[in-house]
Design a binder for this molecule. Structure first.
Ligand code: ACO
Ligand code: KIV
Length: 569
C-alpha cells in the first residue's frame, strides 16, 4: 500500500477522519476521585531495561553499574536490571549483579522476558543464585496488537501468557523456589478490560500467588492513549475484579505519550494500585516512562514520606546524564537548572517576603510563594532563587544585595536603584549577574568614580554662642582633589555636616531619611549608612560604608551631594 503524503501547506488532516476518541469506562460508582495518596507505593526502577532499550547507544557495563549503584543508594528495593535473554551485555550484567553486585538481601533483581520458551530458559540461567529475583514475563494483549502483530484471537493471546506462566512456575519449582513473578499484559491501555481481566485471571490461576509470594500484576500504559482519569478508572476496575486480590500486587507502568504520565500515575494510585515502575526523570521509550523522582517529590511536598532518597538531586542528575548520555531540560520539575529561579518582579517580591517570613516565624513548615519545595531539601542552594533581567523588580534586586552582600536597602532606595538596574538590563537585554549588580551599586553610591567631593574628617564642638544643644561641625573634604575646610551648625554631626555642605555648595539640602546597619559580624564589622537628601530638585540617596558609624553617615551625605551636583549639571 502506498501512503499518500500530506503537505503541511494543507494544514493537519481532519481530526475525526484520522483519529478516534478513546471510549469511556463504565464505572459510575468509581471511588478514586475521593481518595488521596497517603503512603509511598512499592517503587521499581526500570531505568536499566525500559530506559536502556530507548537509548541511542544502550548502556555498557560501566554505565549500567553506575546507575545501579545510584538506584540502590536511593533506596529502590526492586530494580529491573535488563532483558538478559535479549543481549549478551544484559546477560553479563545480570551475572555481575548476582556474583559481584553486593545486592542487599532486601533488594530484588528483576528481569524482563517475552513469553518464548528459549528466552525463558536463558533468563533462568542469567538469574541463577540471585536472592528472590523477579521474573517479569509479558505479552501484548491489545485489540490492535492481537489483530496486526500476532494475528491471534483472545484465546490465542491468553494461551501465550498461560504457557509462559506454566513454564516459568515449573522451572522455578524445579530450581527449588525462591523466585518471584510478575506478569504484564503489555498494551493494557489498548486492551478491552474484560479481555485483560480474563488473561490476568488465567495467569493468577496458574501462578497461585500466596501472602508470602504475591504475584505482581503490572498493568502498563504502554502507550498513553487517554486522559489520566481513564487510566484511574481502568485500575480501579481491575482492582475490584481481579481474582485473589489480596495476594496480587497491582503495579503501574505508565508512559508519557500525552505528557500526563505523572497525573495518570497519581490518579491510578488513588484508584488502588500498590506499585509503580518508572525511571529517573522519565527516560524511556518515545516521550519516556513515568518520572519516579517527580512522583516521589510530589508526594514529599504533600507531607508523605516517599521512601526514595532524592536529597542529592545533583548526583541523580549527573548519573542520569552519564548513564543515559542525555541532558535534562532547564524546566524539568525539581531538577532543571531554572526551576528554583524567578526572574520576574512580582514573583521575586513574593519570594523575598516569603523567605523573610519563614525566617522570622522559625517554624519548620515551608511556605514560600512560587517555591513548592525548599531547594535545600534536594541539595540545591538558595543561590539561584532570584536572578535579575529586564523582567525583574526592586524586590529581586534587594534580595540579591541582601543575600550575597548583606546590604539591606531601605524601601525608597530599592525603588531608586531599580531604575538604574532596569536601564542596564533593557540596554543589554541579558541577565545581570549578582556581581554586576553589586558593582553598579558600589559605583553609583559608594565609590562614585569621577565625582567632585570626598569626605576626609570632621570635629564637633559646642556652639557656645548659639542655641542650647547646637553644635558646630568643622569638616575637611576634598573638592576636585583640593582640600577644603567647611563649617556648619546643627543638633548633631549629620545635621551640622549637611548644613556645612549646603553653605559650601550654595544648595539647600536636608536629611529626609536615614538608616544604617552593620555589614559583617565580628570585631571588624563595618557599618553601612543610607541617607536620603532633600534638595530643591527632589530627593536622592547617598550611601557610606565605614568601620565608624558617624563617618559612614557623613560619607553617605557626601555621596548624596555628589549625586545632587550631577543632576544639577
Ligand atoms: C513495551 C516494551 O517495552 S516490551 C520490551 C521490548 N524490549 C525489547 O524488545 C528489547 C529487547 N528485545 C530484543 O532484543 C529482541 O526483540 C529479542 C531478542 C527479545 C527477540 O528478538 P527476535 O526474535 O529476533 O525479534 P523480534 O523482537 O522481532 O521478534 C518478534 C517475534 O516475537 C513475538 N513476540 C513479541 N513479543 C512477544 C512476547 N512478549 N511473547 C511472545 N512472543 C512475542 C512476535 O510476535 C514476533 O513473532 P514472529 O517472529 O512469529 O512474527
Ligand atoms: C513490558 C511492559 C511492562 C512495558 O515495558 C510496557 O508496556 O511499556
Amino acid at each position: 500500500m502506498i501512503l499518500k503524503t500530506h503537505s503541511p501547506k494543507q494544514g493537519m488532516p481532519e481530526a475525526p477522519v484520522k483519529y478516534q476518541a478513546y471510549p469511556a469506562i463504565n464505572i459510575p460508582d468509581r471511588t478514586w476521585p475521593g481518595k488521596t495518596i497517603t503512603q509511598a507505593p512499592i517503587w521499581c526502577s526500570v531505568d536499566l531495561r525500559d530506559g536502556n532499550q530507548s537509548l541511542i547507544n544502550p548502556m555498557g557495563h560501566d554505565r549500567k553499574a553506575r546507575m545501579f549503584q545510584l538506584l540502590l543508594d536511593m533506596g529502590f528495593k526492586e530494580i529491573e536490571i535488563g532483558f538478559p535473554s535479549a543481549s549478551q551485555t544484559d546477560f553479563d550484567f545480570a551475572r555481575w549483579c548476582v556474583e559481584e553486585g553486593n545486592v542487599p538481601q532486601d533488594v530484588s533483581l528483576q528481569v524482563l522476558v517475552q513469553c518464548r520458551p528459549e528466552l525463558i530458559t536463558r533468563t533462568f540461567e542469567a538469574l541463577e543464585g540471585a536472592h528472590k529475583p523477579i521474573i517479569h514475563f509479558y505479552n501484548s494483549t491489545s485489540e490492535l496488537q492481537r489483530r496486526v502483530v500476532f494475528g491471534k484471537d483472545v484465546a490465542g493471546i491468553k494461551q501465550i501468557a498461560t504457557d509462559a506462566a506454566k513454564m516459568i512456575t515449573d522451572m522455578a519449582a524445579k530450581a527449588g523456589g525462591g523466585y518471584r513473578f510478575e506478569y504484564s499484559p503489555e498494551s493494557f491501555t489498548g486492551t478491552e478490560l474484560e479481555v485483560a481481566l480474563e488473561i490476568c485471571n488465567a495467569v493468577v490461576e496458574i501462578v497461585r500467588p500466596t501472602a508470602d509470594n504475591k504475584l505482581i500484576l503490572n498493568l502498563p500504559s504502554t502507550v498513553e492513549m487517554a486522559t489520566p482519569n481513564i487510566y484511574a478508572d481502568q485500575i480501579e476496575w481491575m482492582c475490584r475484579n481481579i481474582d485473589n486480590r489480596e495476594n496480587v500486587i497491582i503495579s503501574l507502568h505508565p508512559h508519557n505519550d500525552r505528557g500526563t504520565g505523572i497525573a495518570a500515575t497519581e490518579l491510578a494510585l488513588m484508584a488502588g494500585a500498590d506499585r509503580v515502575e518508572g525511571t529517573l526523570f522519565g527516560n524511556g521509550e518515545r516521550t519516556g516512562n513515568v518520572d519516579v523522582v517527580t512522583l516521589a517529590l510530589n508526594m514529599y511536598t504533600q507531607g508523605v514520606d516517599p521512601k526514595l532518597d532524592c536529597s542529592d538531586i545533583e548526583r541523580i542528575k549527573a548519573v542520569y546524564e552519564y548513564s543515559n548520555e542525555m541532558a535534562i531540560p532547564e524546566r524539568h520539575p525539581y531538577v532543571g537548572e531554572l526551576v528554583y529561579t524567578a526572574f520576574s518582579g512580582s514573583h521575586q517580591d513574593a519570594i523575598n517576603k516569603g523567605m523573610k517570613a519563614i525566617r522570622q516565624a522559625n517554624k519548620p513548615i515551608w511556605e514560600v510563594p512560587y517555591l513548592p519545595i525548599d531547594p535545600q531539601d534536594v541539595g540545591r542552594s538558595y543561590e539561584a532563587i532570584i536572578r535579575i533581567n529586564s523582567q525583574s523588580g526592586k524586590g529581586g534586586i534587594a534580595y540579591i544585595l541582601q543575600e550575597d552582600y548583606g546590604i539591606n536597602l531601605p524601601r525608597s532606595l530599592q525603588v531608586e536603584f531599580r531604575e538604574e538596574i532596569q536601564r542596564i538590563t533593557d540596554e543589554e537585554g541579558v541577565e545581570l549577574p549578582s556581581k554586576r549588580i553589586h558593582e553598579s551599586f558600589m559605583q553609583r553610591y559608594v565609590t562614585q568614580p569621577g565625582t567632585r567631593l570626598r569626605f576626609v574628617d570632621h570635629h564637633t564642638y559646642p556652639d557656645d554662642a548659639g542655641q542650647k544643644g547646637t553644635r558646630i561641625v568643622a569638616a575637611e573634604i576634598t573638592d576636585g582633589g583640593e582640600t577644603k575646610r567647611i563649617e556648619g551648625k546643627g543638633t548633631g554631626p549629620i545635621d551640622g555636616f549637611i548644613n556645612a555642605l549646603s553653605i559650601y555648595l550654595g544648595i539647600p539640602m536636608s536629611v529626609a531619611d536615614y538608616s544604617e546597619h552593620s555589614l559583617q559580624h565580628g570585631s571588624n564589622a563595618a557599618a553601612i549608612a543610607y541617607v536620603e537628601v532633600e534638595h530643591p530638585g527632589g530627593k536622592l540617596f547617598g550611601v557610606g560604608i565605614n568601620t565608624n558609624i558617624v563617618t559612614a553617615s557623613l560619607e553617605a551625605i557626601v555621596s548624596a551631594a555628589n549625586r545632587v551636583l550631577a543632576v544639577r549639571g
